[in-house]
Write a protein that binds this ligand. Structure first.
Ligand SMILES: Cc1cc2nc3c(=O)[nH]c(=O)nc-3n(C[C@H](O)[C@H](O)[C@H](O)COP(=O)(O)OP(=O)(O)OC[C@H]3O[C@@H](n4cnc5c(N)ncnc54)[C@H](O)[C@@H]3O)c2cc1C
Length: 389
């Protein structure tokens, strides 16, 4: 498993519990922190740029965890993740909003990303079937190259060590080097569809003195004309407030100034109360976020075998919709099922293909998010250009 982020760790656990020997190689050397506070304040995770940005777990991600990794789910709740019933956010003027069978599937639990990853990291490191090696940087793939399709046989680390494997999983996230490695080996190019999502995010975390989180007075994601506000309750009395804009909107880039950012949120009557807490982070900005979908195929044929792409390395989606982790968890489950299926017995030569109905669903989810991101960003900019300044 190349990469020990959320998807690499979750997938490693699922595969190990299905009887496979798993080694997770993680570039960042910092060990899993002892406490939630230490994870938030000190965990150095340069390999994940968005590590301290707002993260929401969709109900489908919670369901996957509860069913497939119940110990991880229980540890997440013990770590202080907060229960959120998405149906509770329905507008009061919806009069037929009474309870119905199956409503419980809309419940989720949310936590700050470092808290979630600490829970997953501890579970993976405590599992006898998973070896997690932190500070281990994958440098290139080793391959068998002959007349047929090149086959990945393992990975070479920056330290010079080589690991031989039945299957390599690229869980290296948005910054996966797989395309470059393929290029260097005269393979490819990989099939890729991508576009800039067109947003800049300005976000900050807060904490209450009494362990509560603010009451939402509207949807968590609220379009406000030329910008949007995203408020996410989180673990242990913490929450995030994120304002995001079109990256083409030059005047609104002043939001990187904490006073300007605060003034904008304060001016929004349904959101100003989310500022009433102790700031526990600086104002963080992130732009240049790509929506991307990648496959190791050309004309429907595999460019190389013995490798699977997972999570953000496979598809990174519009962060505003908060689906990346959930999609990655569902993807990890598919991968476990495919690797464990009878057709996968010839592991050495297998090209990992997720079952068609599942890959179609995931693909739809992934690509459906690309277009709205760019067009929503364009709408924000359009509104901004029409507004008198
Ligand atoms: C601003 C922003 C906000 C977001 N908000 C949400 C949200 O609210 N909800 C949500 O579900 N998703 C959200 N996402 C998406 C979410 O962060 C990703 O979907 C998720 O991190 C993907 O996990 P991953 O394990 O695939 O990749 P990552 O988390 O990126 O992990 C990849 C890992 O690979 C390691 N690595 C890289 N190269 C190497 C190498 N050569 N050798 C060894 N290790 C390597 C890295 O150090 C890293 O630990 C957001 C994304 C952004 C950018």
């Amino acid at each position: 498993m190349l990469g020990g982020g959320v998807c690499g760790l979750a997938s490693g656990l699922l595969l190990a519990r299905d009887g496979h020997e798993v080694t997770v190689l993680e570039r960042d050397a910092d060990p899993v922190p002892e406490s939630v506070d230490e994870a938030w304040e000190n965990w150095s995770r340069g390999g994940v740029t968005q590590f301290r940005m707002a993260h929401f777990l969709q109900p489908a991600g919670r369901v996957m965890l509860e069913q497939e990794l119940p110990d991880v789910f229980a540890a997440l709740v013990s770590a202080g993740a907060v229960r959120l019933d998405v149906l509770g956010l329905m507008p009061p003027n919806l009069t037929d909003g009474g309870p119905r069978a199956g409503d419980e599937r809309f419940v989720t639990y949310t936590a700050r990303r470092p808290v979630f990853e600490r829970v997953l990291g501890a579970a993976a490191e405590g599992d006898p079937g998973v070896e997690v090696r932190r500070g281990a940087v994958a440098k290139e793939l080793t391959m068998q190259v002959g007349k047929g399709t090149p086959h990945v046989t393992g990975v070479r680390l920056h330290s010079g060590e080589t690991l031989q494997t039945d299957l390599v999983v690229d869980a290296m996230g948005r910054s996966s080097q797989l395309p470059r490695w393929c290029h260097d080996a005269n393979i490819g190019p990989l099939h890729e569809e991508s576009e800039d999502s067109g947003f800049i995010y300005y976000g900050r975390f807060f904490r209450s003195a009494d362990g509560t989180t603010p009451q939402p007075f509207g949807p968590l994601l609220a379009p406000m004309g030329t910008f949007s506000i995203l408020t996410i309750p989180s673990d242990n009395g913490t929450w995030s407030v994120t304002v995001y804009i079109s990256s083409g909107d030059q005047p609104l880039k002043r939001l990187r100034d904490p006073d300007a950012w605060r003034a904008v949120v304060e001016a929004c009557p349904l959101h100003a109360h989310w500022l009433k807490g102790e700031p526990i982070s600086d104002l963080m900005a992130m732009g240049g976020v790509i929506d991307r979908y990648r496959r190791p195929l050309r004309d429907g044929r595999p460019l190389l075998t013995g490798i699977a792409l997972l999570g953000d390395a496979w598809a990174c989606t519009n962060p505003s919709l908060g689906r990346g982790i959930t999609l990655g968890l569902l993807h990890a489950k598919c991968l476990r099922d495919v690797v464990g299926s009878p057709g996968a017995s010839t592991m050495k030569r297998i090209t990992i293909r997720l079952p068609d109905p599942t890959i179609n669903l995931l693909q739809k989810q992934a690509t459906r998010q690309g277009k709205p991101a760019a067009s929503l960003a364009a709408n924000l900019l359009q509104t901004a250009l029409q507004s008198p300044r």
